[in-house]
Design a protein around this ligand. Structure first.
Ligand SMILES: *Cc1c(COP(=O)(O)O)cnc(C)c1O
Length: 352
């Protein structure tokens, strides 16, 4: 007898998140998961691996708080930003009755985490100018516990309008959480909404070491929120969410030296991104280059499928968004090393 029938009905029906690693593909140039092209060097002290790690390693919390410019009591560290998203849903949403609100096209994990936990998803699509539809969101606030916004938005790259966000936060007072996912904020730090945390207890910010810090492999992310919200999340989080080697590497990545390395990586990626955007926009098969605020460019080709196949034949793995609403012919290109960007341009310019 198949054991699938024993699983929860909801799980049987679930389509798992199509992560870049799961989709994979044949190729040697990986530009499909917004990873960095390098990670840096770290030292590991294995003397204490016989002991369980701290739930919230103090040095990691203190250093992230200092880096983000918030009090340590507003910081939670978890197994990637994804675990922060999941914890928020598990802490605030009653399965079967509560809902979260998302603004597609956006990051896929908000809906996947909600569905896995039996929580409904209300969709309020981005406007034609690719902003959250703040009026429409405010109208539906009674129905939802959490609003997920993403800034820069993955995959479109757009930043959430600050006046709209403040309007939403005022409307959400005491009624719903407003999450701003800043996974890519290091590429445009002047646009962080982190300073609003002290004015609005409903605001939650998601961060990660997976992108600008070049550490997707260690699974380490942060949730920034009011001390009250952090306290609630700590009731739900696993007892040892952050492995000891992860805590050691994260602390080093957040040291003064680590931050210098991160910022120089960001400068280089932003430089390569500007160059690539200019080259792309002059190309006959490129219709649109979307907002360049993250470590990626969403590009509309004519046609997208042909360009995706061409890149793939050259061993370059990109991420196809053609099936997403409003993103026909759109492909997301992660900004990798200079050599990788040259390879992309080569394919573009050669076989036209
Ligand atoms: C990558 C990403 C995250 C979190 O990634 P983790 O690797 O789980 O830290 C969160 N939000 C967005 C929009 C992302 O692109």
């Amino acid at each position: 007898m198949s054991l699938t029938k024993l699983a929860r009905a909801r799980v049987q029906q679930l389509t798992p998140y199509q992560s870049a690693r799961r989709i994979g593909g044949q190729g040697h140039i990986w530009l499909n998961a917004n990873e960095a092209a390098d990670s840096g060097q770290f030292n590991l002290d294995c003397a204490r691996l016989n002991r369980y790690p701290e739930c919230q390693p103090p040095q990691v919390i203190e250093r992230y708080a200092a880096y983000a410019g918030v009090d340590a009591e507003r910081v939670l560290v978890s197994r990637g930003g994804d675990e922060g998203i999941e914890l928020l849903i598990r802490t605030f949403c009653e399965p079967g009755t509560d809902s979260v609100l998302i603004c597609p096209p956006t990051y896929g994990m908000y809906a996947i985490s909600a569905e896995t936990n039996g929580v409904n998803v209300v969709e309020v699509p981005l406007t034609d100018s690719r902003q959250p539809d703040f009026d429409a969101i405010i109208e539906r606030l009674e129905e939802v516990k959490i609003v997920f916004l993403c800034s820069p938005n993955n995959p479109t790259g757009d930043l959430v309008d600050r006046d709209g966000l403040v309007r939403l936060l005022n409307a959400a007072k005491g009624r719903a959480l407003v999450v701003v996912d800043e996974a890519y904020i290091e590429f445009c730090p002047e646009h962080s909404q982190v300073d609003l945390l002290t004015d609005f207890d409903e605001l939650v910010i998601i961060r990660t070491l997976s992108k600008a810090f070049g550490l997707a492999g260690i699974r380490c992310g942060f949730t920034l929120a009011s001390p009250e919200v952090i306290g609630l999340l700590l009731k739900v989080i696993a007892p040892y969410p952050v492995a000891e080697p992860v805590a050691q590497i994260a602390a080093q990545a957040l040291s003064d030296q680590g931050l210098v390395l991160m910022r120089s990586r960001v400068d280089e990626i932003n430089r390569l991104k500007t160059e690539l955007a200019e080259e792309l926009s002059q190309h006959a098969q490129v219709q649109d280059v979307y907002a360049p605020n993250g470590n990626y460019l969403l590009v509309r080709f004519t046609p997208g499928s042909e360009m995706f196949a061409r890149m793939s034949r050259a061993g370059i793995i990109l991420r196809d968004f053609a099936s997403k609403p409003g993103l026909a012919d759109c492909i997301r290109i992660t900004i990798g090393s200079r050599a990788e960007m040259d390879a992309v341009l080569d394919v573009l310019q050669k076989e036209q």
